[in-house]
Design a protein around this ligand. Structure first.
Ligand SMILES: [Zn+2]
Ligand SMILES: [Zn+2]
Length: 129
């Protein structure tokens, strides 16, 4: 899959059986539909308080984001997550998945009480590069 920002091929990382597309150029992360829920699920050591974040994904405001979904090439729509501070991510209007700019996924995970698991994981990825 191509990075929606850089248009280069992303690499696939595996985290707890979840495939994450990662751009080594810009540090962005693409999650297929449902993967954020998996990442934030209690089975992965995360608290259940994130259901509010997930439901926020349904309320999208179309303001014409410039990024295109790597699956269908439709323009993605910005979605604001009610984390503290709020994080704005991009979402495919056809629900193929979510795009996180560098650091945004970590912010979401951190404010959901995810204890830095994913950020440790992403840091380890950067260390290996
Ligand atoms: Zn990129
Ligand atoms: Zn799409």
């Amino acid at each position: 899959m191509l990075c929606p920002v850089c248009d280069t091929e992303m690499i696939i990382l595996e985290f707890n059986m979840i495939e994450i597309d990662f751009c080594t150029l810009c540090g962005g992360v693409w999650l297929d539909e449902g993967e954020l829920e998996l990442l934030l699920s209690p089975e992965n050591g995360n608290c259940a308080a994130v259901s509010g974040i997930i439901s926020d994904l349904k309320k999208c405001t179309v303001t014409g984001g410039a990024r295109k979904c790597p699956v269908c090439r439709k323009k993605m729509v910005p979605v604001e997550l009610s984390t503290k501070p709020p994080v704005e991510i991009d979402k495919c209007p056809r629900n193929h998945g979510l795009w996180f700019d560098k650091g945004e996924l970590e912010q979401v995970m951190a404010s959901s009480g995810a204890n830095g698991r994913i950020s440790d994981f992403l840091k380890s990825v950067f260390r290996n590069k």
